[in-house]
Design a protein. Structure first.
Length: 310
């Protein structure tokens, strides 16, 4: 049996969902303790996403740090029970977490980098506001009607093409807020703005974030992955330390997708996929593959049974 772990992108988490995992598993509490030490935050900060009184950008960074801590803790619970992946990959935030789980970057460096994200400066008040939106396209809709040359100022950020077995095509768009709002107004039943995201991630408009983070990433230590590491940017695995560095450097500005991940999952002969943590669509994997999606403590416990993984 070949097992692949897939990790989702950055999504808002409720405090209660994080605290439920924290309360049940000593292994997850250890993960929070370690991240608190590496970042000089308190565990309480991590449990509530940085607390109140923060700007939107800082809260977004804290929430990503918290999600990464939870996912790494879940990984460790499975490892403690003898379950290890043959391959791992993820979308957006999930991609950089996956690189660490694959042994390509030390956990301490990953979390210190994620904490550094809080310092990315917000866009100037004088600049054209940026944002993100999600669209659930109907069968037969042309995605290019929603971004690119036909929609100036709007870019494809994430493509969940395989999310619902082909009957609904989910895409996430990044761009200028006014252009996105105009598009949403044209398709109010199929689209909505993602107000929680303070920028146009995974598009050329996020170059400012890449430029800010590049000196930090340049000082990190990367290694060749110890297990197969999937890319969400292209249908090729990330095989060398330099490729991992490039993945980290360009992640803010490159579109991500499910299809590249699934191409690689199938190529290595995966029999079971574990969707580890939030941020993945529930109907991601189609037959003949099976998928165990872990979003709750009960699902994490169930995933360790032979029946769940067989």
């Amino acid at each position: 049996m070949t097992t692949s772990y897939l990790l989702g992108g950055h999504i808002p988490l409720t405090d209660s969902s994080v605290q439920e995992f924290y309360g049940r598993y000593a292994t997850i509490r250890r993960a929070f303790d370690e991240v608190a030490e590496w970042t000089e935050l308190s565990v309480q900060d991590l449990l509530v996403g940085g607390g109140s009184g923060q700007g939107k950008e800082a809260l977004h960074a804290f929430d990503g740090l918290r999600q990464a801590t939870l996912v790494v803790g879940m990984y460790d619970v499975l490892a403690d029970r003898g379950i290890h992946p043959d391959a791992v990959g993820g979308i957006s935030l999930g991609g950089v977490i996956a690189a660490s789980l694959a042994g390509a970057v030390e956990r301490s460096e990953l979390f210190q980098m994620l904490h550094h994200h809080r310092l990315i400066p917000p866009q100037s008040p004088d600049s054209r506001p940026q944002g993100m939106a999600v669209a659930a396209l109907r069968f037969g809709d042309d995605p290019l009607d929603y971004y690119g040359e036909r929609r100036p100022g709007i870019y494809l950020a994430a493509d969940y093409d395989a999310a619902h077995g082909g009957d609904v095509h989910v895409i996430v768009l990044s761009g200028y807020t006014d252009a996105l709002e105009k598009l949403v107004a044209e398709h109010p039943r199929r689209m909505q703005m993602l107000e929680e995201y303070p920028g146009a991630f995974h598009s050329p408009l996020a170059q400012y974030a890449t430029d800010f983070m590049e000196p930090y990433v340049a000082g990190m230590t990367f290694r060749d992955p110890k297990i197969t590491l999937f890319s969400s940017h292209t249908p090729d695995t990330v095989s060398t330390a330099e490729e991992v560095r490039q993945f980290f450097r360009d992640n803010h500005i490159r579109s991500v997708g499910v299809k590249p991940l699934m191409t690689q999952v199938e190529r290595i002969g995966t029999t079971t996929v574990i969707g580890l943590g939030p941020g993945l669509p529930q109907r991601l994997v189609v037959e003949p593959l099976t998928m165990t999606l872990i979003l709750t403590p009960d699902e994490l416990d169930a995933a360790t049974s032979t029946q769940a993984l067989g």
